[in-house]
Design a binder for this molecule. Structure first.
Ligand SMILES: Nc1ncnc2c1ncn2[C@@H]1O[C@H](COP(=O)(O)OP(=O)(O)OP(=O)(O)O)[C@@H](O)[C@H]1O
Ligand SMILES: [Mg+2]
Length: 230
């Protein structure tokens, strides 16, 4: 098996806005993401971190360049196959958790599994197990509004793991948390990587998260710069 789960080649992306200058956010990024490792991309606000994650995960298309995911050029997949790849191989954790407010923690974790075609009882059982892994086993029937910010983010982590993804993308996962809760989430990423063997790609402006990374890049002027000794 190739030891790179993702190979991105010469990614370019600009945003065009009427009545204002175009913004060139990705200016020829080539990067290989190593399987089984934690990769951290550090960058200031507006550096293009979210844009890059969206392109690497197939949520958004580059203007130029390509993304090879597990040996497949994702631009060549039709919508149905791309959706399936995203649902089955990729877990995504956003800065804002995007949990569905009307549903309980258990239901939020079960939904992607039901979409993937897993049965109801099996989904429920796995959701319980995942919520226990993230330390939320005693909050199964709480709705997001009844949970703290850190607890909501842990439910979002459990949800991202629901279909046993090959890679977990995390966009500023501790951005809304105090340092105590940030540490809980950061320890959780370490555990997910070492115990479940899931590759992690995280973008953040938080320098405290560097120590988590096996590989660290800085994103500046639309390009990635590899940090030594990461
Ligand atoms: N849909 C859009 N239309 C126009 N400009 C956009 C759009 N999305 C992002 N941008 C611009 O592109 C640049 C990069 O945005 P991006 O969200 O990728 O940055 P970021 O590094 O994730 O920032 P943050 O740390 O604040 O989340 C910013 O200058 C932003 O204003
Ligand atoms: Mg962002």
């Amino acid at each position: 098996m190739n030891n790179h789960i993702i190979e991105a080649e010469d990614l370019h992306k600009s945003y065009f806005k009427k009545d204002s200058k175009d913004i060139e956010v990705l200016r020829g990024i080539s990067v290989k993401i190593e399987r089984g490792k934690i990769t951290i991309i550090l960058g200031a606000s507006g550096a293009g971190k979210s844009t890059l994650l969206h392109v690497l995960s197939g949520l958004d298309a580059p203007d130029k360049g390509r993304v090879i995911f597990e040996g497949q050029d994702i631009s060549k997949l039709d919508d149905a196959r791309l959706s399936r790849l995203r649902n089955e191989s990729i877990g995504f954790i956003f800065q804002f958790h995007h949990l569905i407010p009307e549903f309980t923690a258990l239901e939020n974790v079960a939904i992607p599994q039901l979409i993937a075609g897993r049965g109801f009882n099996q989904s429920k059982k796995r959701s319980k197990e995942l919520l226990e892994i993230v330390g939320m086993g005693d909050r199964l029937n709480h709705k997001p509004g009844e949970l703290s910010g850190g607890e909501q983010q842990r439910v979002a982590v459990a949800r991202a793991l629901a279909n046993n993804p090959a890679i977990l993308f995390a966009d500023e996962p501790t951005g809304n948390l105090d340092s105590e809760n940030g540490r809980v989430i950061s320890d959780l990423f370490k555990k997910i990587n070492s115990e479940l063997g899931i590759t992690i790609l995280m973008v953040t402006h938080n320098e405290d998260l560097i120590e988590l990374g096996d590989i660290v890049y800085k994103m500046r002027d639309g390009i990635l710069h590899k940090e030594e000794g990461g």
